[in-house]
Each structure stands twice: as structure tokens, then as C-alpha cells.
Design a protein around this ligand. Structure first.
Ligand SMILES: *[C@@H]1O[C@H](CO)[C@@H](O)[C@H](O)[C@H]1NC(C)=O
Ligand SMILES: *[C@@H]1O[C@H](CO)[C@@H](O)[C@H](O)[C@H]1NC(C)=O
Ligand SMILES: *[C@@H]1O[C@H](CO)[C@@H](O)[C@H](O)[C@H]1NC(C)=O
Length: 155
């Protein structure tokens, strides 16, 4: 194992941060993951349709169950790893806007430092769907919610 002590310490700190932010209790997973919240000024059904259309157009996503409130999919990244990807939608401002939460989780624990793979899984879909140009678009995440967000260079 080439993992240095420093790497482990950094990883622990990041996971601790994520636990506090997301649930207040220890995470049940040691998989790399990314969570992003977006606000967009379009109704959720429109956002849902844009996301589904975009994922269908990208060969690397395999759609699972889709409901108005939750889109589930798996993503196969170039290196042959699989990540679970969810988009959860909640109407805001009398349904004029949509609160979308994206989460991407690596299947394997060893992809802890994933170079932003989980971030890109989510960001690329939103970008391609055109929702980044929707009125009031805002993206919120940070290193605690999203490992590697600072290192990512999405292709
Ligand atoms: C994703 O893959 C896992 C494991 O291979 C499988 O159990 C799950 O049903 C898949 N989910 C979707 C949404 O396709
Ligand atoms: C997606 O949602 C399903 C159902 O709530 C959950 O079991 C799964 O862990 C979620 N996957 C991700 C990547 O958040
Ligand atoms: C991350 O990037 C480095 C340098 O480009 C590469 O050597 C490494 O294999 C990548 N790791 C993953 C999990 O993709």
C-alpha cells in the first residue's frame, strides 16, 4: 500500500466534515462521493426532462428508475469504475423554480481520490442540459460535500 499517513489524515478530515454537513452522524460509507445543490428558475418537470434527455444523449450513463422527484442512474467512467448518480428535485417559489440535489457515489472504496470524477458526473449533465443558463442558476458545493471538486478538470 502506497497510501501515506498524510493522505489518510486528509481523507479522515474530509469525511468528518462531510458527516457533519450532511447528517450529523458518521457516514456509513467510505466511498468517494460528491453532492451538489443547484437552484434554477425553471419548474422541476422541465429540469427533470432536460436532465433525462441529457443523460440519454451521453453514452456513459445508464438510466434507472425516473420519477418526477428522483432520477436514478449509473455512470461508467473512462477508467472502468462505476458510480451511482441521483438527481433529486424539489419545487421552490410556488413551483416557479427548482431545487436540485445531485449525488454521485463511487462503487469502490479505492477510488477515494477520484480526481473529481464524482463532481464531473454531476456537473457535466447539468452543463450539457443547458440548465446552467437558466435564470437564477446557482451551484453550491465544497470540498466537504464533494471530494476533488478543487482538482477537477471535467472533460
Ligand atoms: C447500478 O448498478 C448497481 C450495481 O451494479 C445495480 O444494483 C443498480 O440497480 C444499478 N442502478 C441503476 C439505476 O441502474
Ligand atoms: C439514490 O437514491 C436511492 C433511493 O433513495 C438510494 O438508495 C441510493 O443510495 C442513491 N444513490 C446515490 C448515488 O445517492
Ligand atoms: C488521477 O490523475 C492522476 C494524474 O493525472 C492519474 O495518475 C491517476 O490515475 C488519476 N486517478 C484516477 C482515480 O483517475
Amino acid at each position: 500500500m502506497a497510501l501515506s499517513l498524510r493522505t489518510l489524515v486528509v481523507a479522515s478530515a474530509l469525511f468528518l466534515g462531510m458527516c457533519i454537513i450532511t447528517s450529523g452522524k458518521p457516514a456509513e460509507t467510505t466511498h468517494a462521493y460528491c453532492r451538489i445543490v443547484w437552484l434554477v428558475g425553471v419548474p422541476c418537470d422541465q429540469a427533470n426532462m432536460a436532465l433525462v434527455t441529457q443523460m440519454k444523449a451521453m453514452g456513459s450513463y445508464k438510466l434507472g428508475p425516473v420519477t418526477p422527484a428522483l432520477i436514478q442512474a449509473n455512470h461508467t467512467s473512462a477508467v472502468g469504475q462505476i458510480e451511482g448518480v441521483n438527481f433529486t428535485m424539489m419545487p421552490i417559489s410556488m413551483s416557479l423554480g427548482c431545487h436540485i440535489e445531485g449525488s454521485s457515489v463511487s462503487e469502490f472504496w479505492f477510488s477515494l481520490f477520484d480526481n473529481g470524477t464524482n463532481y464531473c458526473n454531476l456537473h457535466n449533465v447539468i452543463q450539457g442540459s443547458g440548465l446552467t443558463k437558466a435564470p437564477g442558476f446557482i451551484e453550491f458545493t465544497n470540498e466537504w460535500l464533494c471530494l476533488g471538486v478543487g482538482l477537477s478538470a471535467c472533460k
